[in-house]
Each structure stands twice: as C-alpha cells, then as structure tokens.
Design a protein around this ligand. Sequence first.
Ligand SMILES: Cc1cc2nc3c(=O)[nH]c(=O)nc-3n(C[C@H](O)[C@H](O)[C@H](O)COP(=O)(O)O)c2cc1C
Length: 241
Amino acid sequence: MSRNGRIAIIILIVLLGVTFIYLIWPETEETKPREIISIVSLPKAEMNTSVSVEVAIQNRRSIRHYTGDPLALQDVSQLMWAAQGITDPQTKFRTVPSGGHTYPLEVYILAGKGGVTGLNEGVYHYNPFNNTLEQILATDVRSELSQAANGQQWVKEAPVNIIITGNYQKMINKYKDEELSTRFVDMEAGHAGQNIYLEVEARNLATVALGSFNDDLVHQVLNLPENEKTLYIYPVGHAAL
Ligand SMILES: Cc1cc2nc3c(=O)[nH]c(=O)nc-3n(C[C@H](O)[C@H](O)[C@H](O)COP(=O)(O)O)c2cc1C
C-alpha cells in the first residue's frame, strides 16, 4: 500500500474513534428520578370562575396571614394547572411560556396536616403529563421550611406551600449558553408565579411570593433533586381578615 493510502486509513480510524467516543459520551444528566411514595390523581382543572383577568390583576395583593381552613383538592388542581399545566395535548405546550418550549420548571406542593381536604400531609411533585401528585415525603415539614425561609411565619401558618424549582441544565443542554439559559429559567419562574397569584385571586384565596430563603436548606427539608434550584415559595391559604 502506498504511503498516502496508509495515512488515509489512519485518518479514517482516528475519525471513527472520535465519532464513537462522541456517541457514547454521556450528556450532562438533566433529570434525576424522584423516589415516589404514592400517587394521587387530581380532579381536572375547571375553567368556570366568574372573575375576569382584569379584576384578578386589579385585586391581586400579597397576603401573609391565613385562617386554619383547609384548601379543597380542586383548589390544588387549579393552582398546579395555573403554574405548569398542559394546555395543548398535541404539542404539550403549557400555561406558562417557555424559552424554546424547554419547560425547565418543576412544581411541588407541601401540604400541611389537615391542609387539604382529601390529601395526606407531605411533599408532592406535580406531574403535568397525567395531572397527578407524586408524593416524595410523608411528613408535615412546614416548620422546617419556615426556618429555611429565614423564619417567615406565613410558611408555617399556611395550609399549603407551593415550591417552584428550576432545572438549569435542561436549558443549558438546549442552548449551550449558560448565561442565556440562566436568564430564561429565572424569567419563566416569574410567569409561573404570576399565574399562581392570579389563580389564587380568582378562587378567593391568598398568597405571597417568597424569594427570601436558603436554597440548600430548602432542598434538604423537601428532599428535592440536587439538579434543581428553588426559585420561589408560595404559601397559600384563606385570607385571615
Ligand atoms: C422576587 C420577589 C421576592 C419576594 N420575596 C418576598 C419574601 O421573601 N417575603 C415576603 O414576605 N414577600 C416577598 N415578596 C413580596 C413583596 O414584598 C410584595 O410583592 C411587595 O410588598 C408588593 O406588594 P403586593 O404584592 O401586595 O403588590 C417578594 C416579591 C417578589 C416579586
């Protein structure tokens, strides 16, 4: 074989080797499985409140004191749907816009003991694909979450707390740009949060957006996957007048 032929074969082998390594190299893991204790089906979200979007925007206010009255499971369903529900079964697009329809947000609900009629206390992950709650913790950790949120009392007093987390790696894997991806995920959390505020208003409930907390402590308390970062906590209840 000529010298050129040998060189061509060596180049070909090297190229095949590089391609093989590229194909088997694991992409940075973006989702980690959660340990699910039980699954609760939610009632379908209803579309029939009589409050207009303008009235909900006009009346929206942050409220930090709640009665001990429980929420209904229908309330929980409406709130999960508003935060992250799927509104188009074909495309799987959701209630909240998402850069590149990537959907990096995850929504959890911490139900206090007796906080929701028909739901045991614990922490649940919302699965928008089948409208279920996946229980990941079976204890009422509101006091611990309140401490992780710099002692904010309303976390402990609310019958439930909604937690929004973001999976930045999911966005980075799509855009290969950390700065842009971080901005996109943070912006998207604001959309989900405003939907929670407006749904709360439409259902005559009360909430406040919390951004002041220790992320590591929140993760420990709620047993959250390490590849997610907590972006918001929303205590929700009936307003104490
Ligand atoms: C990003 C962000 C973080 C916030 N963090 C907290 C918080 O940790 N604790 C709290 O009591 N309120 C928090 N708030 C609520 C604001 O205090 C509240 O929106 C503001 O006082 C205006 O009142 P309004 O929401 O009733 O219009 C936060 C609001 C936003 C948008």
